[in-house]
Design a protein around this ligand. Structure first.
Ligand code: NAD
Length: 314
């Protein structure tokens, strides 16, 4: 049975991942850590305050709980990384380096997510291949490409069992997103329920890949359980569920709230980031090497998001 330490456990992904892992591996087998203190409403189970920039602290908590796996989620997301590039460099690469060193020293299995942000304007836009040109023009993208390579290096040089996916924009109703370019795809559901209208900072016709959180969590669990002998891409599997523009979300919402309206007030910084990312990515390597297949599409995700958001607002 795995014993797992999760960094950045109070973020958009970690706050749901920890609960899901505890259902599978048992509460005492999953140690949540974050730079932030746990609030009472954020659940029970082992939790420690850990700053991933402090390598000794991360090492001693991993050793204290005798974990065999680390899922490293602490990072600064795309839009925030553009606002604070120096912090992004330090956290996204320095934190990752510290986490990989702990994995090497304690012989841990290791997961960390890359992103569709690891692609850039010269990458083929449609059906973006698994192996292709990666010349991103954002600080976040630079961090993610370097992170993919660093994880490959720890595998080939030191034999650390590193694994990862390139996440698309993730949509969830539990914890608000942490400052990414696809955050509009979460906000739109809240605004649809509250005001029946939404003003998008991303322009009409801007397609990006998206995924509902339950599929994103299943991807981590499946990849970490996959037969290592079958993994070729290892640290940066393209995965996707939906390729959509703001008007596609509006059309799906209008099936439930016909009076819903969408308007645009484009934010040039986030639009520029979105324009440098693929319209849709090819996830066949993940399907062939470890059987990944998303369950939710735009309609099933929208129905559930609207139900869950309505439940939160009463
Ligand atoms: P998030 O911003 O919601 O959460 C990050 C967490 O890290 C926060 O709880 C924060 O308190 C914590 N943190 C910040 N600095 C820290 C430090 N120094 N030490 C320890 N913890 C620290 O991020 P997320 O959306 O959960 O993303 C997790 C990972 O997934 C990141 O690598 C991100 O790049 C990647 N990713 C996310 C998405 C998405 O749409 N959410 C898409 C692609 C990739």
């Amino acid at each position: 049975m795995k014993k797992i330490l999760v960094t950045g456990a109070l973020g958009q992904i970690g706050s749901e991942l920890v609960g899901k892992l505890r259902e599978i591996y048992g509460t005492s087998h999953v140690i949540g850590t974050d730079i932030r203190e746990l609030e009472e409403k954020e659940g029970e189970g082992p939790f420690e305050v850990v700053d991933v920039m402090d390598a000794d602290q991360l090492f001693s908590v991993a050793k204290k709980y005798n974990v065999d796996t680390m899922m490293h989620l602490a990072a600064l997301l795309s839009a925030k990384a553009e606002a604070f590039p120096r912090v992004a460099w330090d956290l996204n690469l320095g934190g990752l380096f510290n986490a990989l060193e702990v994995a090497r020293e304690l012989e841990l299995q290791f997961f960390t997510p890359s992103s569709i942000g690891a692609f850039g304007p010269s990458t083929p836009r449609d059906n973006t291949p698994q192996d292709t040109l990666q010349r991103p023009t954002t600080m976040y993208g630079v961090n993610k490409v370097a992170g993919e390579l660093l994880c490959d290096y720890y595998y080939s040089r030191f034999g650390v069992d590193t694994r990862g996916v390139r996440y698309p924009g993730l949509i969830s109703h539990v914890t608000p997103p942490g400052g990414g370019t696809t955050d509009y795809a979460v906000e739109i559901y809240y605004e649809a329920m509250i005001n029946k209208t939404y003003t998008s900072y991303i322009s009409e016709g801007t397609y990006m890949d998206m995924m509902y959180m339950p599929d994103a969590l299943d991807a981590i669990i499946q990849l970490m359980e996959a037969d290592p002998g079958k993994l070729i891409s290892r640290n940066a599997f393209n995965i996707t569920a939906i390729s959509a523009a703001p008007e596609d979300f509006a059309a799906a919402i209008q099936k439930h709230i016909p009076e819903f309206t969408l308007s645009y007030n484009v934010d040039p910084i986030r639009q520029e980031i979105a324009d440098s990312w693929p319209n849709s990515i090819d996830a066949s390597a993940a399907r062939d090497e470890w059987g990944f297949q998303a369950v939710y599409d735009m309609d099933t995700m929208t129905r559930e998001m609207l139900e869950k958001v309505a439940g939160k607002l009463v």
